[in-house]
Write a new protein. Structure first.
Length: 289
């Protein structure tokens, strides 16, 4: 019939079906279907980024940190202070002539140096092309000595550092908690109160009469202040346990009252022995002889 299939056509179909089945079996036998394009595209992108980074690094090495033109020939070290030396900076910062100007991260060198050197308040590193590295160091300024033996110092901001031998011109802050007595530490509120007292004497005219020898901060409610002539002063103000915005004004008022009491005793031909400045400004009990 005209709509019937010939034997040849049927045979061809069977062969084509058999061929398709054979290909399917081959694909199944490998166990590794081909990766779709959605996987190849990210892999190609990652490879391109990696190659780009490698190329950038190599170009940077050729132009900068492997370039002999940028070998350090001059190392300028400037220190504002009496303690830190140029050799100290070279050792603790790890820089010297002969190294490449771009081989080190200057910010990392700075931070590591400040951690190792608590007496350093700031450190600045600058490159001056083609072969010079400039290092500027500013030391902390001692305000008082810490502890019974006074081997440590503290600055106005409350940073603790070692004090060079023979520095006896600073008042001593005693009665400190042990955690305050470590180079690199930041002191607690009790010691900060004593720092406010010493700083006020250094800044104002009251320091001409109030000569501080030592301050005992073992009591949180007040400071035991000992003057150079042996006078003992109990010094306190409200909210000493926490920082307050007007602490400077509070301390200065107390010291003005102290200076007035010292002057009044002197005018009477007497000597002040004890004074209690933990009360209000209107009530100041004292003892003199």
């Amino acid at each position: 019939m005209w709509f019937g299939k010939s034997k040849n056509e049927g045979g061809n179909n069977e062969r084509r079906g058999g061929s398709a089945k054979t290909n399917t079996r081959r694909d199944q036998s490998t166990g590794k279907p081909p990766l779709p394009k959605i996987v190849w595209i990210p892999l190609a992108g990652i490879l391109a980024v990696a190659l780009g980074a490698l190329l950038t690094w190599k170009i940077g090495a050729i132009l900068f940190w492997e370039n002999p033109s940028y070998t350090i020939k001059t190392l300028e070290i400037h220190v504002d202070g009496p303690t830190i030396t140029a050799s100290h900076v070279r050792e603790y910062m790890g820089v010297c002539e002969g190294t490449n100007l771009f081989s080190s991260n200057l910010q990392l060198l700075r931070s590591n140096f400040l951690k190792k050197t608590p007496i350093a308040k700031s450190a600045t590193l600058r490159r001056r092309l083609p072969d010079t590295l400039i290092v500027d160091i500013v030391e902390r300024i001692p305000l008082a000595r810490l502890g019974r033996w006074g081997a440590l110092a503290v600055d106005r901001e409350g940073h603790v550092f070692s004090l060079r031998a023979g520095s006896r011109e600073y008042p001593v802050i005693s009665g400190c908690a042990p955690e305050n007595l470590k180079p690199g530490a930041r002191v607690d509120q009790n010691v900060m109160n004593a720092i406010e007292v010493v700083d006020a004497c250094n800044r104002t005219k009251v320091g001409e009469r109030v000569k501080i020898a030592s301050l005992d901060v073992s009591q949180k409610q007040y400071i035991d202040l000992y003057l150079a002539a042996g006078e003992r002063i109990k010094l306190g103000w409200p909210d000493m346990e926490s920082p307050v915005p007007d602490v400077r004004q509070r301390v200065e008022r107390k010291l003005v009252a102290l200076a007035g009491a010292l002057r009044a005793s002197e005018e009477r031909g007497r000597r002040l022995v004890n004074l209690d400045l933990t009360f209000t400004d209107q009530y100041v009990p004292g003892q003199e002889y």
